[in-house]
Design a protein around this ligand. Structure first.
Ligand SMILES: Cc1cc2nc3c(=O)[nH]c(=O)nc-3n(C[C@H](O)[C@H](O)[C@H](O)COP(=O)(O)OP(=O)(O)OC[C@H]3O[C@@H](n4cnc5c(N)ncnc54)[C@H](O)[C@@H]3O)c2cc1C
Length: 427
């Protein structure tokens, strides 16, 4: 077991903290990047590692990569990655703003590998975090314990570890081997035998649910998948260019300055621009698959719209879901072998942050415009949160759209707290 001390420690090597690593390297602030360490619990970097189907695409323009909107001349841009991989000609020829998900995932690993001063430590899962304090009790930094027993202390901690999976209470009593949340789909489905018929029920009507529904047809070739959708049917994302302006980094200021009531209204109106909808081409692909089945068979798939799962249990070794038809109010049982949950992520703070807030004696987690948690008084140590501030920073907070600017906001705050001027440097 080792102990290490760093200046800035970032938990999670996802898009948020990799964008931060790039901003640190480009800040020009003496020693800041050299003193930074990013922890990743997996042995590598992957974007949405369990939904990396070869056909899945990013829903956001590749120009909203980790850096371009902040520094279009950066060597860490997506285009620079393609150039480095000798794929620029072909990518341009595809004529798309929406790269395949695997390609963005490769880009993230390339960024991590291309960092020169910020270090990335793999197979390093942070299991608990606690504040360190000086004699008068004020917070001087943070102590992070890893699953292998090592300890890392730091002055500033940035948590960008994603959100916790949302498993609706109705499924809580099912055995773990019968339920797969979309965040585990790829690794778990690989363990399901492919040589026997499996009755699969997918729950949810948004992108992750629809992607699992599509993928399971190939992953379990003898399966008969049903998808249960509460709404009137699969809907497409709202793609108005006018509304999409609310994903501009500049809108974060407007949103942050607004009243809580207005923010809530905006989030509600923006729901179908992000959650609860599918990318329009994907709706057509799904419909085409079902249409072909009707003509050529076998008729494997069922879409049950306006239906919800009212209860779930195991009877005689089989999963039984009570499906309530929202048109009639009638409930009927559906027996299956495996439930796939496309039920999204918890909107609140992740368990890691809640545990830390308890340790720091905070009843409420409130972040500043620059994503720094209010620790209730002056403190030498700082705590920053990425990707979990939708309520105060807007719908774009959990997306890639604002990463380039957000990481600059955090770096500006880090530099200001060190009393040094922030500089942008074009590589
Ligand atoms: C299926 C799906 C598709 C999406 N598609 C898009 C899209 O097209 N465009 C878009 O903008 N957004 C999309 N999103 C939203 C997505 O949240 C963001 O794109 C982005 O991944 C958020 O980055 P992040 O770094 O904050 O979190 P994450 O991507 O979740 O990365 C967090 C990282 O932290 C690591 N980690 C977690 N806990 C620990 C720990 N305790 N110790 C060490 N490491 C840890 C994880 O392994 C992971 O590598 C999608 C989300 C999903 C679920």
């Amino acid at each position: 077991m080792t102990e290490q001390d760093v200046g800035v420690l970032a938990i999670g090597a996802g898009p948020s903290n990799l964008a931060l690593a790039v901003a640190l390297e480009e800040s020009g602030a003496p020693g800041l990047a050299e003193g930074a360490l990013v922890l990743e619990r997996h042995p590598d970097v992957k974007w949405q590692r369990n939904l990396l189907m070869p056909w899945a695409r990013s829903q956001v323009s590749f120009l909203k990569d980790l850096v371009t909107l902040r520094n279009p001349r950066s060597r860490f841009s997506f285009l620079s990655f393609l150039h480095d991989r000798d794929r620029l000609d072909e990518f341009v020829n595809m004529g798309t703003f929406h790269p395949f998900r695997w390609e963005l995932s490769d880009y993230l690993q390339w960024v991590a590998d291309s960092l020169e001063r910020v270090r990335v430590r793999y197979n390093a899962e942070a299991t608990s975090v606690e504040p360190t304090r000086d004699a008068d009790g004020s917070i001087t930094g943070w102590r992070v314990r890893l699953s292998d027993g090592d300890t890392i202390t730091c002055r500033d901690l940035v948590i960008g570890a994603g959100r916790d999976a949302h498993v609706p209470g109705v499924f809580a009593g099912l055995p773990a081997d019968r339920v797969i949340h979309s965040s585990r789909y790829g690794s778990r489905i690989a363990d399901v035998p492919t040589d026997r018929p499996t009755r699969v029920v997918v729950v949810g009507g948004a992108q992750s649910a629809a992607e699992m529904f599509m993928a399971v047809h190939q992953d379990l070739p003898l399966s008969t998948p049903t998808i249960v959708v509460r709404s009137i049917g699969f809907q497409v994302y709202q793609t108005s260019k006018f509304v999409n302006e609310l994903y501009f980094p500049s809108f974060v200021d407007d949103f942050h300055d607004a009243t809580p009531e207005f923010r809530a209204q905006v989030l509600d109106q923006m729901r179908l621009t992000n959650y609860a909808g599918l990318a329009p081409p994907f709706v057509d692909e799904l419909y085409g698959m079902l249409y072909q089945q009707k003509r050529f068979g076998p008729q494997r798939s069922t879409v049950r719209a306006m239906t919800e799962v009212a209860a779930a249990r195991v009877e005689d070794g089989e999963v039984v879901l009570d499906l309530r038809d929202l048109r009639t109010g009638k409930t009927e049982p559906l027996t299956c072998d495996l439930v796939l949950l496309g039920t999204g992520y918890e909107p609140g703070m992740p368990a890691l942050v809640r545990g830390l807030a308890d340790q720091a004696g905070l009843s409420d987690v409130a972040v500043s415009r620059h994503y720094r948690v209010d620790l209730g008084g002056p403190a030498w140590g700082g705590l920053y949160l990425q990707g979990v501030n939708e309520a105060t920073h807007g719908m774009s907070d959990s997306l890639i759209s604002v990463l380039a600017q957000r990481s600059q906001d955090i770096v500006t705050d880090l530099v200001a707290r060190r009393g040094a001027p922030a500089e942008r440097r074009s590589a």
